[in-house]
Design a protein. Structure first.
Length: 385
């Protein structure tokens, strides 16, 4: 009896398996869902190394900036205003001689830094714009007001009026080191919000020839057109700097990008918000690095430092008694190494402060007191006589 039942069961099972395999091969859609084999498998995400937390924290505060400028149409001639002429050639005339509402668009990126809607970006992103529009990562769009710009660091501050704004916090001063992993965020080529990864290649880069005051973070994280004004963040999602420029022969990233460090951004931001402009120290000299060739040609006692090549009439240096040919050794007790370092030192002093300059004149060292003046705006510099 048991043998007969077992035989019946085995035969039934064999028939069912045969039907299953035939159905899978010829009519897989007939197979019940609970019997269907999955087309893929999923792996657990535990242990995956990534920077999603930093991106989730920082990306919402990185915005796209769209600017436009109304172009002045070409002067119109009475001949082209004749109704009969325009009846036949109206569209062609508009194309050839312009309309009253010609607009040229451009784009860049920016970073929201507080709940009041302040946005930091590059000055060249919003330069000469008639309209500025900001697009947030959550899809909201709003017109932006230009608070102020600083062409000498290529920074600008915008303001938008929206509720529940995401913000990005500045990283602590001195927290970044060469070799640290960084993320660059922005809107390259207008394709949309994009994140790239790299490391800090160098700190304190100057003599690049981009801005008057340079102290760049260099990175190999890909920065492309449209990334200007975007965020360079650390792996904790804190703002290290504002992406501003690349070294490129083709217009695309070659692995050499530059960001304005957070300390410079904070200083410029605070001054623009308080006063609408940036005030820097100034002594009114034209300085030149002492090279080995210059040292030999003029029989100078040293091969490094800064020599005064010109003095602005009635400027702070002129009033303090400095002369052309003086070699500047130190300022306020700090050794002067080159023109860039000296320019940055002076710019950081408040106008009205008095500082001691140690200099070498005709082979003799002496000290001179100088009162720091106000640095003129770009284009307003006085020419030496």
């Amino acid at each position: 009896m048991l043998k007969k039942l077992w035989l019946t069961f085995a035969q039934a099972l064999a028939v069912l398996l045969a039907l299953y395999f035939i159905t899978e091969v010829l009519r897989p859609e007939w197979t019940p869902s609970w019997l269907q084999r999955p087309a893929f498998t999923t792996a657990p995400s535990e242990g995956v190394v990534g920077y999603r937390q930093a991106v989730d924290k920082a990306m919402p505060a990185v915005v796209n900036i769209f600017t436009s400028k109304n172009l002045t149409p070409l002067p119109k001639h009475p001949f082209f205003e004749d109704p009969e002429i325009r009846k036949f050639f109206g569209d062609e005339l508009e194309e050839q001689f312009g309309s009253d509402e010609e607009v040229t668009p451009s784009l860049g990126s920016g970073v929201i830094v507080n709940k009041e809607g302040l946005i930091v970006t590059n000055q060249h992103v919003v330069e000469a714009a008639d309209q500025i529009e900001v697009s947030l990562n959550d899809g909201r769009k709003v017109a932006a007001e230009l608070v102020g710009t600083d062409p000498e660091t290529d920074l600008a501050v915008l303001r938008i009026k929206l509720d529940n704004l995401p913000t990005l916090q500045f990283a602590e001063e001195g927290s970044v080191r060469v070799g640290d992993v960084v993320l660059a965020m922005g809107n390259p080529f207008g394709v949309g919000q994009t994140v790239t990864m790299g490391i800090v290649s160098a700190l304190g880069r100057n003599h690049v020839g981009i801005n008057t005051f340079e102290n760049f973070i260099q990175t190999d994280a890909a920065i492309n057109p449209g990334n200007s004004g975007g965020a360079l963040v650390d792996t904790a999602g804190n703002l290290l700097g504002i992406n501003t420029a690349i070294y490129s022969r083709t217009g695309g990233s070659l692995g050499i990008g530059f960001a304005i460090p957070a300390k410079t951004v904070q200083n410029v931001l605070n001054q623009i918000v308080r006063t609408g402009t940036v005030t820097r120290g100034y002594i009114g000299v034209e300085q030149q690095n002492i090279t080995e060739e210059l040292s030999k040609a003029f029989d100078l006692p040293q091969k490094d430092g800064v020599i005064i090549a010109g003095i602005v009439k009635d400027g702070p240096a002129d009033k303090a008694g400095l002369k052309v040919g003086d070699i500047l050794l130190s300022l306020d007790g700090q050794k002067i190494q080159d023109t860039t370092q000296m320019l940055n030192m002076i710019a950081g002093y408040a106008p009205g402060e008095k500082k001691m300059i140690r200099l070498l004149r005709e082979g003799k060292e002496q000290s001179v007191s100088i009162e720091i003046g106000v640095r003129p705006k770009p284009g307003d510099f006085l020419k030496k006589p």
